[in-house]
Ligand binder design. Structure first.
Ligand SMILES: Cc1cc2nc3c(=O)[nH]c(=O)nc-3n(C[C@H](O)[C@H](O)[C@H](O)COP(=O)(O)OP(=O)(O)OC[C@H]3O[C@@H](n4cnc5c(N)ncnc54)[C@H](O)[C@@H]3O)c2cc1C
Length: 415
């Protein structure tokens, strides 16, 4: 063994200062103004905005694993606002606007990459729905156009225009489509929050929620009991399980969602490309790898295993779109656990338990909403429960009142 490995490996003269910017308090306090369950992007963003805009800093973020280790670290980082409903477009548009300023705001590079998103239409019905989406998007300031096959070919010369014998008839070209480095987003928010006094407690699992006379007053954790004035749950694929601790039943079904990535190759694909008919989306990262994703697994499950079935079906469609990819080597495959609502929109706002707030139902599409969800959830909590207009349509009681915000057609395989 080389001497230098022993010399540097065995001596501790050069400790790794990974957490220098991110203090890890050792003890839990007895009481906090706000407890946030879940240290993913949403939890830390909410803490950041509470501290920055509302001066509320006596906050504990309780994370059972590590910062951003849930779906935040597992997503394929698609950011866009080209949704179908006016409620959806307005909400996600504000998120994209916030994303564009985050690197400056954090003084930390989140590697925001604005490259446009192209969704392919293979049927007349899809072309009609794209026309509608284009108009709704434009009305609310989104940059979305319906483009023809010639324009598609110019944007993506390597695309097969007749994949699986389904000719590409048109494309929804969303100029604001982008990606960002997901863990950097979580780190940026966490750093900004902890610098303002927020405590991030990793390896701290909430095992029960204390509800007294219909009001949340604290949580029990694997490290002891904590009392608080209010609780926010932001636990993505564990929403039903955590809400049940507070006696709340959520209208959610939970499925695994898988993705995969190839070896790096020379840059050939700038936009993000997706086809809901082929149930597949493809993008090239800044490192040259090709990322593939599709729809959720077909059966409810709490598990992050990868399957051969999905690999086969997803890649069969991907190589229909880009045949030369058949020669690439797949490097990694992974999964996250996603909480799906029946209308493919999230649940944000009040719950049946007083002072217990919900940030849930983010399914396959919640990374892009991290900034605006954090900002509006912070407004909600700081105001003592006054629901901001932007998130009012996404309250949980919409399912009782038949006020669904149906985004299924705009979410599908594009996330
Ligand atoms: C494969 C895949 C691809 C995706 N692609 C996209 C995409 O391209 N674009 C997009 O917008 N979205 C995408 N998503 C969805 C997106 O990742 C999520 O919606 C988003 O990350 C949710 O963020 P979060 O902070 O709410 O959740 P998470 O990052 O999952 O954070 C929740 C945290 O809560 C913690 N937790 C759970 N239970 C407890 C407990 N009892 N006590 C304490 N902590 C607890 C978990 O450990 C976790 O860290 C994708 C998801 C997957 C799985």
């Amino acid at each position: 063994m080389p001497f230098s490995l022993l010399k540097y490996g065995l001596k501790n003269d050069y400790p790794f200062e990974q957490d220098a910017d991110l203090p890890s308090p050792s003890e839990l306090k007895k009481h906090y103004d706000v407890v946030i369950i879940g240290g993913g992007g949403h939890g830390v963003a909410t803490a950041y905005y509470l501290a920055k805009y509302h001066g509320i800093t006596n906050i504990a973020i309780l994370e059972k694993g590590y910062l951003g280790g849930g779906n935040t670290a597992r997503n394929t980082a698609v950011i866009r606002s080209n949704y179908l409903t006016s409620e959806g477009v307005k909400f996600y548009k504000e998120s994209v606007d916030l994303f564009q300023g985050l690197s400056n705001e954090f003084d930390f590079n989140i590697m925001y990459s604005s490259r446009g998103q192209l969704t392919l239409a293979h049927t007349d019905a899809t072309v009609r729905s794209f026309r509608q989406r284009t108009e709704v998007n434009k009305h609310f300031g989104g940059r979305t156009e319906l483009i023809d096959p010639q324009q598609i070919k110019e944007l993506v010369p390597t695309l097969n225009m007749n994949p699986a014998d389904m000719p590409v008839l048109a494309g929804l070209w969303h100029i604001d489509g982008a990606t960002a480095r997901h863990d950097a987003v979580a780190w940026g928010y966490a750093k900004g929050a902890t610098q303002r006094g927020v405590e991030l407690h990793q390896l701290t699992e909430v095992v029960d929620v204390i509800v007294e006379k219909g009001r949340a007053t604290g949580v029990k954790t694997n490290r002891g009991t904590v009392h608080c004035d209010c609780v926010i749950q932001a636990v993505a694929g564990h929403s039903s399980l955590v809400a049940a601790m507070a006696g709340i039943k959520m209208p959610i079904t939970t499925y695994p969602l898988q993705a995969m990535v190839t070896q790096p190759v020379k840059p050939f694909l700038d936009p993000l490309v997706s086809s809901s008919a082929l149930h597949c989306y493809v993008q090239q990262t800044g490192r040259g790898e090709i990322v593939f994703g599709g729809g959720s697994d077909p059966y409810p499950l709490y598990n992050t295993r990868s399957t051969l079935d999905l690999k086969e079906s997803l890649l069969a469609h991907a190589v229909e779109m880009f045949p030369f990819m058949a020669n690439l080597k797949l490097m990694r495959q992974w999964a996250g656990i996603t909480d799906m609502t029946s209308d493919y929109s999230p649940i944000m706002g009040l719950s049946p338990v007083e002072n217990y707030y919900l940030d849930a139902g983010w399914g396959t599409w919640g990374f892009k909403s991290t900034p605006i969800c954090g900002k509006t959830m912070a407004e909600l909590v700081a105001s003592g429960g006054k629901v901001p207009d932007l998130i009012a349509p996404f309250s949980m009681d919409r399912f009782d009142e038949f006020r669904q915000v149906n985004e299924m057609g705009a979410t599908a395989a594009s996330h």
